[in-house]
Ligand binder design. Structure first.
Ligand code: ADP
Ligand code: MG
Length: 339
């Protein structure tokens, strides 16, 4: 088995005709009513529309049986980007590799947008490793609507504020392309720091609220270069109309001379910080038309260590419940010199 998702399991299988390994996403349709069955067909239809790009898993075949629906696609045997970031060293400190991975992901998403498909669930779990290449999968939440009102559709860490109903003022709909750009911003932070910037981009999130009050907040808690800070501020822009376009975002990332600065140059030792990307995998929610998202995320209490030159950044996440008890919540970041 390659993975288990919200709606089914993904298995690997050998195709005797092509003599290739294939991934088969199996979705049980027993007991599903007609609209829900149509929903599975929708995923396959949108995946087929964008299939053929080098950074999107090719969908080779779709098989519908009485009790199951199968999508047969390219198979990645090295796991997904989430495992790569959290279990296999990740990309911290590897700017060239980050540029390569990010430009592949951005290229895949640009291709989707050019075909009128908006993914809506961009996250490392849906990006599969193929050596130095990555391929996008999981079009289960994708849409062809350029303007959407499916609030809460996606996974908590990656949700844009407008997709949760708006941060400053309530919105009745939002731009699907700009919403994907926001998720790519979170993925870039995952790649560069092995962490999430916040648990959820909403008012009750302490780290996100601190960022809204002071757009340089992430740079004060992470060893982020000025160049990356400027890019990130233009991506995590609350107004989707003023947010960087995907093409400009990709261009700026490629042109960035350094994503990080030595950890010792952080000006302050903050009391709260971002969430480790090693938090549990985030289940996607299909969202509710006309309502705001309400799912609470959880973080792992396990400290994670990232090495920056001679220094090590130790990140301790605390119990998520502290927030509701009115205590100091969030994550402590301490810098310890290895020298
Ligand atoms: N083509 C593939 N090759 C290798 N692993 C895959 C492939 N597609 C999916 N997976 C793995 O299976 C997991 C679940 O698949 P996904 O399509 O994302 O299902 P869901 O819609 O339920 O999230 C992914 O997070 C990934 O780890
Ligand atoms: Mg998925």
């Amino acid at each position: 088995m390659l993975g288990v998702g919200a709606y089914g399991s993904v298995y690997k299988a050998y195709d005797q005709v092509s003599r290739q390994m294939r991934a088969i996403k199996c979705i049980r349709t027993t007991g599903l009513d007609d609209p829900k069955r149509a929903f599975q067909g929708h995923e396959a239809k949108l995946h087929a529309l964008v299939s053929g790009h080098p950074n999107i898993a090719t969908l080779h075949e779709v098989v519908e049986e009485d009790d199951f629906f199968y999508m047969i696609m390219d198979c990645g045997l090295e796991g997904d980007l989430f495992s790569k970031i959290t279990e296999r060293g990740g990309y911290v400190g590897k700017d060239i590799a980050i540029k390569s991975i990010f430009s592949q992901i951005a290229g895949a998403v640009m291709h989707c947008h050019s075909k009128g498909v908006f993914h809506r669930d961009l996250k490392p779990e849906n990006i599969i490793m193929f050596g130095d290449m990555v391929k996008l999968v999981d079009f289960g939440l994708a849409t062809t609507e350029p303007i959407s009102s499916d609030f809460g559709c996606g996974s908590t860490f990656y949700l844009s504020p407008e997709c949760q109903g708006g941060y400053v003022e309530r919105v009745t709909s939002f731009d699907s392309a700009a919403n994907d750009v926001w998720s790519l911003g979170v993925i870039l932070i995952n790649l560069v720091f092995g962490r999430n910037p916040w648990k959820q981009a909403c008012t009750r999130d302490e780290t996100f609220s601190a960022f809204v009050l002071n757009n340089d907040f992430l740079q004060s808690i992470l060893p982020m270069s000025d160049e990356l800070n400027e890019i990130i501020k233009s991506v995590f822009c609350l107004n989707p109309r003023k947010r960087l376009s995907l093409a400009e975002f990709a261009r700026r990332v490629q042109g960035c001379s350094s994503f990080t600065v030595p950890a010792g140059s952080l000006s302050t030792t903050p009391s709260s910080s971002s969430s480790p990307a090693s938090s549990p995998r985030t289940p996607a929610t299909a969202g509710t038309a006309g309502g705001a998202a309400g799912t609470e995320s959880t973080t792992s209490p396990t400290p994670i260590r990232f090495h920056y030159g001679h220094e090590v950044l130790i990140c301790n996440s605390r119990d998520n419940n502290a927030q509701s008890q009115g205590q100091d919540s969030g994550v402590c970041v301490e810098l310890h010199s290895m020298a």
